[in-house]
Write a protein that binds this ligand. Sequence first.
Ligand code: TXA
Ligand code: MG
Length: 339
Amino acid sequence: MDTKIFKTSEQEIGEAGKIIRKGGLAAFPTETVYGLGASAFSSDAAKKIYEAKGRPSDNPLIVHVCDKNQICDIAEEIPDGARAVIDKFMPGPITIILKKKQIIPDTVTGGLETVAIRFPKNETAVRLIKAAGVPIAAPSANLSGKPSPTKAKHVIKDMMGRIDAIIDGGNCEVGVESTIVDFSGEKPVILRPGGVTYNDLKEHGIDVEIDKNILQSVSANEAPKCPGMKYKHYAPEAEVTVVEGEESAVREKIKELLDGVHGKTAGVLTMCSADYDNAVILSAGSTNKEYAKNLFSALREFDELGVEIVFAEFCEKDGYALAVKNRLYKAAAQRVIHV
Ligand code: TXA
Ligand code: MG
């Protein structure tokens, strides 16, 4: 398949919108990560997404809207807490799970009776949804299992030849995927931490619990609330180990670990720009917010540089800590050393 690369002119966004309206696939930027979009009203188009990504078809897609009224078209009922999220945090990096209306096909929701809904803030994303004239079902635009794309070049690497078009709208600002809050049960629960933090929600009087599977792997006999939790995620070619704790202790431990690496190329993802010997060093930034923005891109870069073993420093700094740890632990397949 010939994949068209678009920029963000009126004409190009219009063309990408038309591709989606007609049942094709177009990748687009959002403020979190790039999405791989198809019409949320088309079962066939949703099937193409699962195929292009190599994604298991029981892992549902997020439906993206471009105004708040569209939410009522696709969700059955909107509880008070969800209403508060819509009022305070949309558009923005947050997704809510509500009971779905019939108009959303089962293929989009992986057979679930609920639908995940997000109103992104990114201007290109909003213009595309308007141009398409339909809500857009979109997972992150990476091959299943790979780190989510935060730059157009990541999407090109994973999706070239597999989809109809890619809109290059620059780098994603947040860098990790949206916070997911499930409002379909008795109590609202954060299923995935992201750009809107637990404290942000709390400060606006939105009372939520945090799902226990956010920082641990799902056991084999368990059906997680968020189907995505049970699949392999963010796995670079390199073997990642997280070293977590107070800065100087983290540094000492990584020096010791590097001394034990023989015959392999090692890398360090650093928060404190420590100079390590015999390692490829990439900066994650000094705050957890910067870490979120840089993490996926750095994981891909280590692979490009041929790094085989990565030690990732992690020190808790701000409200983004949970979102970063959730992705790091998955990238590291739970290899975490606390010092
Ligand atoms: O920031 C984001 O959310 C990005 C951008 C493109 O919007 N999208 C994204 O989609 O991260 P994806 O497909 O990579 O992750 C969606 C997650 C999956 O883990 C999926 O299992 C979960 O949301 N999910 C979707 N619908 C659900 C539902 N009805 N109930 C529970 N979990 C759901
Ligand atoms: Mg994803």
